[in-house]
Design a protein around this ligand. Structure first.
Ligand code: PMP
Length: 426
């Protein structure tokens, strides 16, 4: 009988040693180390977890109902019947796709309605949507900045921002996470000799669950003649009394930020991204940014779900208040049990810093065995000594869900014992 190779077994490589050998690509080594480590410890991978059906505050994994902290359905709007109905009605009216770039035949009234309401959310003159949040940052930053420019950014900024900077050819200067003194020092030094400068932050940091001092950032950007861009992917629906984000939370005039960036994939329960800014900037992006000119317009069901979600978010601010209460409660429960939640301000994102990637992966598996799904952030996404579990909190989580998660983490952690570390890993 011939034995079929499973996908985990190494295939013979006909190109070994040649320039066509894929195994020499950057990242293959790190990924290979993780795979080898998991295999040698006989551990299943916590990555690519399959959820069956709708991933809400609870989710079905392998036919089991689990409390779900792995999805960013912050206000529970993915699955809301009003959102589903809006998406279905948009398909009936416009079809699934707009079948063209906006600049050619892809423009629909839905896009313009959504963009007007997104602009209003950020107190901006106009907004423009793109087909993904990642693509929004890549194309906008890549187009805005050039080789004679500099981008000074928080070290914890999302990959889509660093990819955008790379594309632009601008000089990239990171500063220590959330350290505004360092930001000013770097900006002052980097500004000399650069044609244009951009200060780049997140409104609610995706790895740490904290927020920048926005008023200070505006002041620093102005003083050094730099644009300020804030990625609000995780801030919208989460921060501020009505979910308008970090500016509302800190009572700062949002017009001090030159470019607001957001995604439709989190609170707004769709898929896509946007920039909100001055009308001339938005018109310029609309007509010239490659991700606008050379990419299809947002799919009608996605534009419709984002619009419906945005309206529900604003009509029902109790959801935002509940999410914030849940975030604070989860942080308190975890800290009471001795866990390190880093700088989390207790909103949508609550990290638990573990340290070793293997220990983090083992804990995630042990949590799933105990009926709790959460995310792992492993090396190389963060330095090995700061591998972490990450909870995404939803307004739909109940007190029982939060308590169960904290108790199960204490139990899983107590039962884990010493964890192997592998040479060369991290
Ligand atoms: N910015 C930040 C801060 C993010 O965390 C993410 C993705 N999680 C993105 C941008 C990209 O957004 P999307 O997943 O909607 O493409």
């Amino acid at each position: 009988l011939s034995k079929r190779r499973t996908s985990d077994e190494a295939a013979p490589r006909p190109d070994a040693g040649s320039a066509r050998d894929f195994s020499t690509l950057p990242g293959m080594r790190d990924y290979g180390l993780l795979k080898t480590a998991l295999a040698s410890l006989e551990m299943r991978s916590p990555l690519f977890q399959q959820h069956d059906g709708l991933a809400g505050a609870h989710s079905l994994i392998g036919n089991r109902d689990v409390v779900n902290f792995a999805s960013y359905n912050y206000l529970g709007l993915n699955g809301d019947p009003r959102v589903q109905a809006a998406a279905k009605a948009a398909i009936d009216r416009y079809g699934v796709s707009v079948s063209g770039a906006r600049i050619t035949a892809g423009e629909r009234d839905l896009h313009l309605e959504l963009e007007a309401e997104l602009a209003a959310l950020h107190g901006a003159e106009a907004a423009l949507t793109f087909v993904s949040g990642h693509a929004t940052n890549v194309t906008t930053i890549g187009h805005l900045m050039g080789p004679r420019d500099v981008v000074v950014h928080d070290a914890a900024i999302h990959n889509s921002c660093t990819e955008g900077i790379r594309l632009s050819g601008a000089r990239r200067v990171p500063f220590a996470h959330n350290d505004m003194r360092a930001a000013e020092k770097e900006l002052a030094a980097a500004r000399r000799g650069a044609q244009r400068a951009l200060l780049l932050l997140e409104g609610h940091y995706s790895m740490d669950g904290d927020a920048p001092d926005l008023a200070r950032a505006i002041e620093i950007a102005r003083r050094h003649d730099a644009w300020l861009m804030v990625d609000e992917a995780h801030g919208v629906g989460v921060l501020g009394a009505t979910g308008k984000g970090v500016a509302e939370a800190q009572n700062v005039d949002p017009s001090g930020v030159d470019l607001w960036m957001g995604t439709l994939s989190k609170t707004l329960s769709a898929c896509g991204g946007y920039i909100a800014a001055r009308r001339d900037v938005i018109d310029w992006l609309r007509h010239t940014a490659p991700g606008s000119v050379y990419s299809v317009g947002l799919a009608p069901p996605l534009a419709a779900s984002a619009l419906a979600s945005l309206r529900i978010m604003q009509a029902e601010p109790g959801r935002v208040t509940q999410l914030q209460a849940n975030g604070r409660r989860l942080v308190a429960l975890l800290r009471e049990r001795g866990f390190d939640t880093g700088g989390s301000i207790g909103a949508a994102i609550v990290p638990v810093i573990i340290g070793s990637s293997i220990r983090t992966a083992r804990l995630a598996n042990a949590m799933l065995d105990r009926g709790v799904a959460l995310q792992t952030v492993l090396f190389p996404a963060v330095p090995e000594q700061s591998a972490r579990l990450r909870f995404f909190v939803s307004s739909d989580h109940t007190e029982a869900d939060l308590l169960h998660a904290a108790d199960m983490l204490a139990d899983a952690s107590a039962n884990l014992g010493a964890v192997e570390s592998l040479p060369g890993f991290g």
